[in-house]
Design a protein. Sequence first.
Lengths: 108, 170
Amino acid sequence: MSQNHNVISVAENLIQEHFDLEPNLEKVIWINPDKTTEIRLLEINSDTITTGMVQSFYFAPWEEIPYAMKIAEITPEEWQKILQSEIPLPRGWTLENHKVYSRELVTA
Amino acid sequence: MSTWQNWQAAFLKQARSDWEAYQKTTEFDWPYCHRLHYLQMATEKLSKALLIAGDLELENLTGSHSAFVNFIRAAGKNRKLQKPLGLKRSPLQAHFKKLLPLAREIELLAPALAKSSPNPEYPWEDPAGNVLAPTEYSFPLMKQLQKTPQGIQLLRHIEIFLKRFEELFM
């Protein structure tokens, strides 16, 4: 199994799990899915609090998930502001290459 | 040139010092405002120590006091915490969700977020027009932290996170 295939499988399982656990999770944006060493996720969740910024938390690799992860929860309003470039993404993050996951997509 | 690791170490050092100060205030009959002030500062810096590793720009870290609620939400996704906290696999997220209301109250102690509500640093005006000093306010939050299962758990977790940050989060 290739490194790329592994990271896709790990990321998509994780995204599925987050949809299962979070009833108000609307979308997950996987930033730069071609990166095989780190998984960066933007989670659009109406349950989260508005901070006016993208707070991405680091998750170290470990036995169950052997990739570093950075996950940020944002509100749907904050997502709109990101799309309008009113809220910047964290350092090194870009929407030039991303995948969007919806609840419908992962449960299909 | 400084690296994010230098900043993380410094935030963590200060968070641990704030926590030590919080614990010292529990040894004496000090007004609750002082205890809560140190607790709020310790939790904010603990959260920011992890955010620094998440590519956040430094000016965003120092320009905002919101971080602890999202830190607790992130902890609910961190399966690495299950064993050290003695939690079973499935309820990890549910466990941390139960702690969110108290985490939010701690976060809102920062005067910039509290605005005209009670906070441990500056006087405020209550709805009846009375101007109150933090030192004369009873802060129901303190009792919630000390007497409720959620409060006791949250304080225990904060202590573990601070003591074992490198092992649990990095």
